[in-house]
Structure formats: C-alpha cells, structure tokens
Design a protein around this ligand. Sequence first.
Ligand code: M6R
Length: 622
Amino acid sequence: MCGIVGAVSQRNIVPVLIEGLKRLEYRGYDSCGVAVHQDGMLRRVRSTSRVAELTGLAAEDGVASGTGIAHTRWATHGAPAVHNAHPHFSQGPGASSASVGRIALVHNGIIENHDELRAELKQRGYVFSSQTDTEVIAHLVDHLYNGDLLEAVQQALPRLKGAYAVAVFCRDEPHRVIAAREGSPLVLGVGGAEYGENFVASDAMALAGVTDQICYLEEGDVVDLQLGRYWISRRNAETGRFEAQQREVKTVHAHSGAAELGPYRHYMQKEIFEQPVAIANTLDAVNGISPELFGDGAYRIFKEIDSVLILACGTSYYSGSTAKYWLESIAKIPTSVEIASEYRYRDSVPNPRTLVVTISQSGETADTLAALKHARAQGMTKTLTICNVATSAMVRECELAYITRAGAEIGVASTKAFTTQLVGLFLLTLALAQTRGQLAEADEAEHLKALRHLPVAVQAVLALEPQVIAWSEEFARKENALFLGRGLHYPIALEGALKLKEISYIHAEAYPAGELKHGPLALVTAEMPVVTVAPNDALLEKLKSNMQEVRARGGQLYVFADGDTQIESEPGLHVIRMPEHYGALSPILHVIPLQLLAYHTACARGTDVDKPRNLAKSVTVE
Ligand code: M6R
C-alpha cells in the first residue's frame, strides 16, 4: 500500500529516494512520484508505471536536489492516473499568487473529511487538479502558511479527520521537511554527519543502506527534519499546544525487500518452496515448550487468562481460525476468532481475563492494529502477537510476541507467512496447554517431534508439484470453483479458495463439507470443480458421504487425500495422494498443494501473480 520516503541532505538525494521507493514496492502500488526543492521551485516527476521509470524521468528533466519527498500510491480516492499520483502541489488562489506551487506533500491513509475541506478551500480560491483526498492537505497547509512550515503543519493537523502519515516541504524553506503520523506508520532515520542528512519513511526497510539509526514515531508525532538536526513534537490534548518529545533512536538491521528471485519465475513460487526453511527457522530457538517462548512475563499472563480472542485479517484470519481448533481441543481454552475490521466496530462483551492475540505478517495492517487498540480500550490489556516483522507496530504495541522467521514475503499472496504463523500458533497452544496442566510430558515430546519433522514433511508435499500442474491446466479454463473441508481443515479450504481468487481471478468459495446440502450443492454441475481437502482424520467417513453428494450430481471432484485414506481415482474423482496423515499438524501440509494449485492456475491464465490487480501487500489504510 502507499509508501513514503523523504529526506534532507547536502547531496543529491533523488537516487536515495527512488531506491527507498523500490524497497517499498513489495507493498503494492499503482503510481509513484518524487518531488524536490530545486532552484527556488518545486519540481516533480510522476508515473503510473514502475518506480524504476522515475530514474529515467528525473534524469531527463534534470530533477536533482538535497531536499525531497517520494511516494508509491495505492489508489483509494481517484483512479490510478498521473494527475492523482503524489507528490501533490498546492495551487492556490489565482495563477499569479505567490502561493502557487508553494507546498509539496505526500500522504498515506485516508482523510475522511476531505469533501468538507475541499469545499472550504475551493471557496478560498484553491484549484484542485486531482480527485484525491490528499490534495486538500497540501492546500490547507498552504493556506495556513505564514513563513514557518512547522507551524502551518501543526495548525493543519487538528483539522484532519482520519488516518495519515504525511511528509511535506515548502518552496520558501529549502532545507526542511516536516512529517507527521496519526494512524499510519512512519519512521525517522537519522543519517550520518557527512551530509547532515535525515530521513522519514513508511518503514525502516525503505532506509536500509542509508541508515540503520531508526526512531519509530508515535501516534500524533510531528517531526521537523533539517540539515544535521531534527525535532519531534506532539499536541497536548488539554492545552492544544505542541510540546517537544524525546524518542529512542535504535539500531535496526532492516532487511531489504528486494530479495533475489533466483531460479524461480515469481516470488510467490519462491516463497512456497521456501516453506521448509521458513518453518525450520521459526522453530530454531525452540528447545522445549515454555510460556517464555512468547516473552518475559508470559507465564504470569497465561496463568491469569480464561479465554483467547484472535484478531486478524485475510490469510492471517484463516491461520487464527485453524488455531481455534487446536486451542480448544488441546489447551481446552475457549477461543473466538474475529475479523479485525468487524470486531473494531462491533459491540462485544469484553472480558479482562482474555488473552488478545493478533496475527499479522506485516505487523502494520491498519484494521488489525485498530482492533487491538479497541480491545485494549475495553480493558483487555493482555496482548500477544504472532508476527513476521520484529520491528513492526504490532510487535511494539503487544506485551508478548512470537516472531515467525518466514523472511521477507514479497508476493502479495501470503504463503510462507501462513504456515509459519500456524507453527507459532501451535507452539502457543502447547504453551497454554502446559500452563493449564493439559499437556502430558509424553504428548509434549510427540508434538515436538512432529514439529521438528515438519520441514521434511513439507518438502515431500512440494514434490507433488508436477501432479498439481496437470490439474491447474484444467482449472485455468474454469470461472468458478468450490472448496470443501471439515473441522480443522475447513479454514484450509477457505485459505485455498482465497489463494485461487486472489491471483487467478477465478471465483472460488469454500464451505464446510457438511453445509453442501444446505445450499451450495445447487451450484454443482459437471462444469464446477470441487476441490476437497481429505485428511485421514476422525471426520473422513463424513467427508466421503459429502463427496458422494457431489458425485451423484455429476460434479467433478479434485481431492487431496492422505496416503492412508484408500480414496482412489475414478471417473469424476481425481485424486492426488498426499503423505500419510500428519495428525494435529496436518493443516500445514494440506495447504501446500492448494497454494501450488492457485499459483500454477494463475500462471496458466497469465495473470500478474506477485502483484494481483487491485491488491496491496501491506494494507495500511482502513
Ligand atoms: O500483514 P497481514 O498478515 O496483517 O495481512 C493480512 C491480509 O491483508 C493478508 O493476509 C491478505 O489477505 C493476503 N493478501 C492473502 O494472501
């Protein structure tokens, strides 16, 4: 989703800004741009193509300066088009006015009262050249500007409703960038003395290579970047005045998102095949089960809770939905799982003895962060996150954490993040079971053995790829698909359907197989492929009856069956044989062929697998 980079330096900073945008590309975007302060004017280049194009455009136009801001945009208000791309310049009242082209601004987030502000600014003579909510901020800052950019921004911010991170500079103050955040992430990067440079960016990864001295700005922070100095302030809600703030600057070794593709065609394929290593890395520090795997003080917190509430979105929600089965059957703890964007606006009954667990690959998902805050505001202060980014807002906001070690996930479709989340959630299940006296030593040893063997088991499932490719050629010709699962594997069916729709654009729906006859069976014809997740578990015989219901209506079944199920191929029943049943951890194996099926179907349809239309990797707006 939108990414911001800004800098003040004594060297030409344009290549650094563009490199920063490249490192944010993985978030997903549909246009990009850079603006600088040059020869007493604002200059910019913008594009609806890739970030790499900005280098050529900047060189052609001779755009170079030490002060600038840059942006990748994921359209919310206004189509993806050059005139809507950031940075936006103020244009205001009257073409001859001194304020024309005075303010340059980039923004991440959504300004909810933009219509009202737009009407007011139009009345004052401001001219709008985009459909974005962002342009109103540039005009508002311009309107309030009276020789001090910091003051103008500080006066503008209380008028904005919604979420934002902004970076702004002014034609009349050559070596200054002001940035602010409320609801969208932003970091300050403190540069070396050589160029006296300082930076802001949406995340530390954007600054990898220029500085590892990172300060995570807090909600409401405004930072004034100048050569060799910076100053952070925040509004005191009682007095309305902005007061200086001290923030810790940490050494952060952020990894670049621009990982090499190696022999793979897409990042998604690479990430699917990285799962054995990602799981092994996630388990690396686990020598036994103990609450302390989740941080100091975990034992005390685990002792105080009587239920679990999981909050997440998308694929992370499905890993949470799988974990509910584990938590209730193994740890015997009541668990509810909520879609973060629903929970945050729902009247629910808070229980202070609940452990609130957020799950997130990025750790920056706006809905999940807001749901966490909502839970805390209701007195549920025992919080834990399962997250893939150690430096993310989610990890900073939660009391306890388990960091999955999937490594950078670039493909928009989440794969290795999902399976490593499941590993983290299974460890949480065992730690809670142990704390609650529900885990016999022998069972603990068995579970640990199965976890340690997982990378090898996953490798064996990945070897099924050629068989999945053969199926994907048939799927590529379909426009609809049904996915069935039962119990612990119903969320896996949901995840398989999400993967297929997300990257191949085939309409796919998942059902618990027992629900078929309550409605979706009406959709079943010879044209409807029905993908079935068939582990050899206690529900297998029930599932076989559901499969008969499909066969009796001429439906085509595509079944991923455990090796010990005795389900054989026959006309209308296509079977790919998985390894033998893997017990409680079986969902981690069964999701792999569904990822491969979605991936190869998308390849056969020729879609943009790593950057599917309309989607972003990191969803930092509501
Ligand atoms: O970074 P998060 O795990 O919080 O992201 C949540 C969802 O946006 C994400 O899982 C999304 O559904 C993926 N594109 C699914 O492949």
